[in-house]
Design a protein around this ligand. Structure first.
Ligand SMILES: C[S@@+](CC[C@H](N)C(=O)[O-])C[C@H]1O[C@@H](n2cnc3c(N)ncnc32)[C@H](O)[C@@H]1O
Length: 315
């Protein structure tokens, strides 16, 4: 029997536990979508939050459980979706300071006060990790949405990626947005003051027409010549295509050496292609993430001069 204190906990995104388990290999156990695995911490892509240092704490009363948690950390998020009965856990949580319920504004910095995660193993034992990788409860980044400006909700993926990276295009930088229609990402980049070349076979939403700094090309993403734009500060792709095709596109740009940063959505239809993911992962200075706003897709982030920052993101 493995001691759970010797494990690291990996919380899968909703619906993606099989993907996480595929990446982790054998695990000691799983509590719903929280997989507990022995050994030092690894960085799977299909993970929403990592419980870095879980410990098992026996208790006899609700107050005692709450006190034990308060001794370990200032704020706690209760993970209870797998529990058959949640009343006792919720009574404990009511005695704790929880995660902030205020959605983050785009441009706000990430919450800095530590947020631990905990759950019940049974009525008198809890499992608690004071240190977790995500500053959000169960890794769910929650933003105060703009419901009138952007033409699609895809903009939330970029808000989340830039917030986690703590980097974003600067005013005047050149961005290439591939597969841009109806224009959620182009809208974000325009708002940041970047110059945007927006490429899609389908048109942009009419509310983006005529905005300064946006050039629209009704062309294929795959027909863009990496040598034709000078130096591109950021290349984005949200193109619906096979992952292999996106990998070839990314490699073409890497080989050309004319891009500084890339943020690309790898989209899956049907089965998840783990082999192609390994090939994305093996590209130096890059990271694969499942953002809270990703569906059956991952976000691949690459930075020419930001290898460490990207590697250490979320760790
Ligand atoms: C998920 S949507 C992009 C949403 C967009 N990022 C936004 O924020 O509104 C995917 C887009 O990829 C485009 N697409 C598919 N194949 C393409 C290709 N070969 N070249 C350019 N765009 C393509 C589709 O027309 C579609 O608009």
């Amino acid at each position: 029997m493995v001691a759970l204190e010797d494990c690291v906990g990996y919380l899968a995104p909703q619906g993606f536990l099989p993907e996480l388990l595929h990446e982790l290999g054998p695990v000691a156990t799983n509590l719903g979508r929280l997989a507990l695995r022995t050994g030092s911490m690894v960085q799977p892509a299909w993970v929403r939050n990592i419980w870095c240092n879980p410990r098992v704490i026996p208790f006899t009363s609700i107050n005692q459980a709450a006190s034990a948690l308060k001794m370990l950390g200032p704020r706690w998020a209760l993970y209870d979706e797998h529990l058959p009965r949640r009343g006792r856990a919720r009574l404990i949580q009511q005695r704790l300071r929880g995660p902030s319920s205020r959605p983050l504004g785009f441009g706000d910095s990430l919450p800095t006060m530590p947020l631990g995660s905990w759950t019940l193993l049974d009525d008198t034992t809890l499992l608690a990790s004071p240190q977790c990788t995500s500053p959000f409860a169960h890794g769910e980044a929650l933003f105060a949405e703009d419901r009138s400006g952007p033409p699609s909700r895809a903009y939330l993926k970029l808000w989340e990626a830039f917030t986690l990276l703590n980097r974003r295009p600067e005013p005047g930088q050149l961005c290439l947005d591939l597969g841009s229609s109806p224009g959620g990402w182009t809208w974000v980049l325009h708002k940041l003051g970047a110059r945007v070349i927006s490429v899609d076979k389908a048109p942009l939403d009419t509310r983006l027409e005529g905005l300064p700094g946006i050039t629209f090309r009704a062309e294929s993403a795959f027909a863009q010549d990496p040598h034709a734009f000078g130096l591109v500060d950021w290349l984005f792709s949200d193109v619906v295509c096979y992952p292999e095709r996106l990998l070839a596109l990314a490699r073409r740009w890497l080989e050309a050496g004319t891009v500084r940063n890339m943020v690309c959505t790898i989209k899956f239809q049907g089965e998840t292609d783990f082999q192609v993911l390994d090939r994305f992962r093996s590209i130096p200075n890059s990271r694969l993430l499942h953002l809270a706003h990703n569906k059956h897709e991952l976000t691949w982030i690459w930075g020419k001069n930001s290898g460490d920052r990207i590697q250490n993101l979320f760790s």
